[in-house]
Design a binder for this molecule. Sequence first.
Ligand code: BG6
Length: 486
Amino acid sequence: MELASDFLWGGSIAAHQCEGSWQVGNKGPGIMDLVTKGSRDCERQITSEIQPELNYPSHEGIDFYNQYETDIQLFKEMGFTALRLSIDWARIFPNGDEEVPNRKGLAFYEKVIDTLLANGIEPIVTLYHFEMPKYLVDHYGAWGNRRVIDLYLHYCETVMRFFNGKVHYWVTFNEMNHLDPKSEQSDIFTYMIAGVKYSDMALPVQELAQIGYNMTLASVKAVALGHELNPKNRIGCVFGFNPIYAYDCRPENILKAFLENDRDYYQSDAMCFGNFPKYKIKEYETWNIQLKREIADEAAFANGKLDFIGLNYYLSSVSKSEFERKETESLFGGVQNPYLEQSKWGWGIDPMGIRYVMNYLYRRYQLPILITENGLGAVDCLEADGSIHDEYRMSYLAKHIEQVKKAVTEDYVECLGYLSWAPIDLISASTGEMSKRYGFIYVDLDDWGKGSFKRLKKDSFYWYQRVIASNGEILDPLVKKVTLPY
Ligand code: BG6
């Protein structure tokens, strides 16, 4: 069995990580414009105002705002049939609460989307990839406030109407599932996803739980809205599902790992099953958290079921043991898996994990899955002749795509396509670094924003071109290295 002939191939990017031009075209500041550069060992900070002496990588991005035509041409050259990109809310509504949209913001995305369509690339639009207008943080308290749900829906309706008939695939949110109060409370990622507060303030569990609920409600309402506007719209939500394995087969450890994993699934349960899970409400009650809900929410959950699930997959981790106390800590609070290699940033490389999660999701929800992100962040070496030999990236991707194929052809998982993160080097979300590179296209820019912004093709560029042309049949990096045209 082979992948379907209409299997989507391409990549994913996000506005705040690539566009730059953060004040051009009447764009308002967004929360991500206040996030400083960090590194693996130094957490990014969210400042309440811009501090001129600090480095804010989103301000320049990789200059996609001005270079999108060049970039899309390169995507086309690789054979892309799809590109997932996000719209930055603050380009459309600079403060987030205006009635009338900013024409210049709409015009920018219209040019990008028209260029994609003219090149035979299906745009898959994420409506919220951590891009919360700052004004809504300062004046409304962001997702903690239900009024923000209505403002988000107004924004969704505006862009869904504007691009009606041009965009068929919509994503309501990126990775809201790392918000559980018990798991990653103090992590910078939590603040970015939630689009709230500034990093020196700890989010109380009550607030985090309410934010998770409100965002889930916003998503189901956006799905219903999109279906009403055009029944042909296919609307999904993207989740980051990195499996947590048990430390060993002691039943206590199996149960512990299951429960830790399960914290990531309550929002997808709500969006696929049509009700906010009772198990979550009860769990919150035992922590004295009373979610603010309204009667009409029940109907909203019932009417806003997803059409597909977007899966971001990078790594797996291992849960700590209930018994041992001497394990080597890994980055995400678990222990290092002795059977896996780790990336330079400590992410456990586990190709089989993607097949595991695809199966788990498909059997739990029986909805098609779109791989919306998968890739390796690595330090690339630019040779004197302008070449970049990134065998490690090809090898990582080949092993993961092989497992995606097995999930489809051997386990019968419905999969709409595979989108790599990211087809072009861009700013890392967790660290703000440029040197954590994912692309097939190298961008000449360093961690301090210095460089020519020139685009260069890495070896993996030609490799991915061959993968796409063969519909995933030719994956071996070594074969292609011998025959590559340079
Ligand atoms: C995903 C996010 O969680 O991981 C992306 O949706 C992010 O925005 C990607 O860039 C890779 O993470 P990082 O931190 O290496 O950029």
